[in-house]
Design a protein around this ligand. Sequence first.
Ligand SMILES: *[C@@H]1O[C@H](CO)[C@@H](O)[C@H](O)[C@H]1NC(C)=O
Ligand SMILES: *[C@@H]1O[C@H](CO)[C@@H](O)[C@H](O)[C@H]1NC(C)=O
Ligand SMILES: *[C@@H]1O[C@H](CO)[C@@H](O)[C@H](O)[C@H]1NC(C)=O
Ligand SMILES: *[C@@H]1O[C@H](CO)[C@@H](O)[C@H](O)[C@H]1NC(C)=O
Ligand SMILES: *[C@@H]1O[C@H](CO)[C@@H](O)[C@H](O)[C@H]1NC(C)=O
Ligand SMILES: *[C@@H]1O[C@H](CO)[C@@H](O)[C@H](O)[C@H]1NC(C)=O
Length: 518
Amino acid sequence: MGFLHTCILISTALAAVHARFTPRKSISCSSLAGGVLGEGYNVTDAEDFAAGSVNASGIINQFSLCRVQGTLTYGPDDVPVKNGANILIWEIYLPSSDYNGRFMVVGNGGYAGYIDEESMMVQLNLGYATAGCDSGHSLAANGNTAYAPFLANKAETGAWIHNSIALTTAVARTMTTKYYEKAPEYSYYYGCSTGGAQGFALAQYYPDLFDGIYAGSPGNWYSHLVLSFLWNGLHTTGTGYMTQDALDFITDSVVSACDAIDGVVDGLIENPLLCDYNIANLECAAGQSSTDTNGTVLCLTSAQIQAAEAVYTGPKNLVTGDEVYPGLSLGSENGWIDQETVLYETYTALILKEVVFRDLAYNVSSFNWGKDVSKVDAAASPLIDEISTNLSSFQKRGGKLIVTQGWADQFNAATWPIQHLEQIQTKMGAATTDSFLELFMVPGGGHCGSNPGYTHVPGTYNVIDVLVPWVEQGIRPTEMMSVTPPDGTNTTRKLCPWPNTAHYVKGNIDDWTSYTCS
Ligand SMILES: *[C@@H]1O[C@H](CO)[C@@H](O)[C@H](O)[C@H]1NC(C)=O
Ligand SMILES: *[C@@H]1O[C@H](CO)[C@@H](O)[C@H](O)[C@H]1NC(C)=O
Ligand SMILES: *[C@@H]1O[C@H](CO)[C@@H](O)[C@H](O)[C@H]1NC(C)=O
Ligand SMILES: *[C@@H]1O[C@H](CO)[C@@H](O)[C@H](O)[C@H]1NC(C)=O
Ligand SMILES: *[C@@H]1O[C@H](CO)[C@@H](O)[C@H](O)[C@H]1NC(C)=O
Ligand SMILES: *[C@@H]1O[C@H](CO)[C@@H](O)[C@H](O)[C@H]1NC(C)=O
């Protein structure tokens, strides 16, 4: 038994699933241009492409495909309406050979505003009929600058995370069914970051649409995530600011203190919650300079120590004392540079100005960590959060949800998905939760892949390889393989469903088969 047995089961399951779908007859691609679509939808192009002829940001189509592009108009109530004021752009890749019978929608990142064709192509190359969208607004018309018009428009703000994938699914599933003259056998969603939040939105608001959902590094408590950006940014400005060298200095110290706790010295921490580390020990001695004459960091100033402690603690409601969002974890420091600067300017400032206070002159430094938190909850949460602890509709229809979260995520507090999992367990019961939801924590993992400070950590998580057998064969994943670290080596690692972690058994420490989850 154990992992070998599971591996055999999984490969048998995948082989069976792949064999089940034989290439089937399809209607011509161009015939999809004349729509059977309802009001509000428009097909702008339907075209065949030979294998090897489409290059999506460096990923080439391995199979021939029918590409359908179009728009839908929606709003003001987040439904497609003819001549609605808001436009969503969608796209579908339909494999015309090697279709695996499954439907897939990919999500967006950040403020979205464009179709992630690269992610679509990855799925096309696995045989999925794949759709994507721009989330209901165009980034070109919005930008990550001082003002994002879509945040001032309720339907567009609602589409961004809550509704755009569902809007897209309605048209894309119809097109897929029409093309193959058969409905897809299973439907999957794949997204990370904002896309992870979109995944939770599907489970909460559209539980019937998908059989399997992957939500990576989920920003699903978006309103409080951006408050954590503000907290971290304001606490690290001025004398508390830490240069990248200072951040690397902290991570080097933390990792050397805690690396061996899991019994393997591999330049990362398996479970930072077990790491008992006191950053105050890095404080400069009286009169000591924090850098040498070459600029090498030797120690931290007391202002930097306080700043780092604030980031570990995370934002607090200064009236109630409640946690507003968890802090960042030990070992993630080398990824904090954006927390110190751009994140609160790019995200928090716009959301507070446009969604919460509706005042473009609002100064984020004046945010009141007591009374203003409830203003954020009232104005922003209904539009951009998806934090229900009762996902029973999704669970009851047989849906499966897999979450991944890097312990060294540069943006999202690593313990937020753990907290949310525990809240769901409390609400729905541990056994019910286990039957449909799993969280895989990634030691040394960054935001939706690698943290650049951990180049030896595999940044690709083989989620589909375990999600599909769970949905289609009922095989609950007991482990997941991660591959392709940025350093180019063949290191593989074993990711485990939380609260399990990987334990070394024997063999090459850079080979995932040398570990077991428990
Ligand atoms: C819909 O398609 C027609 C042509 O088929 C085009 O003239 C029109 O501009 C399109 N509308 C949108 C909103 O894309
Ligand atoms: C595909 O596009 C990328 C840029 O996105 C380019 O670097 C690469 O050379 C292209 N590959 C081919 C085969 O054209
Ligand atoms: C500064 O760098 C130079 C050249 O690498 C080296 O010789 C010197 O020892 C360094 N000084 C300190 C204080 O480390
Ligand atoms: C915002 O408020 C802070 C603190 O009061 C002040 O230092 C800063 O200059 C203000 N920024 C702007 C753009 O007014
Ligand atoms: C969860 O929501 C469903 C309706 O969607 C409701 O019937 C059920 O009672 C709720 N469960 C709990 C534990 O609140
Ligand atoms: C990775 O490469 C090393 C050296 O090239 C080799 O010894 C090892 O077996 C490889 N590991 C795996 C899992 O392929």
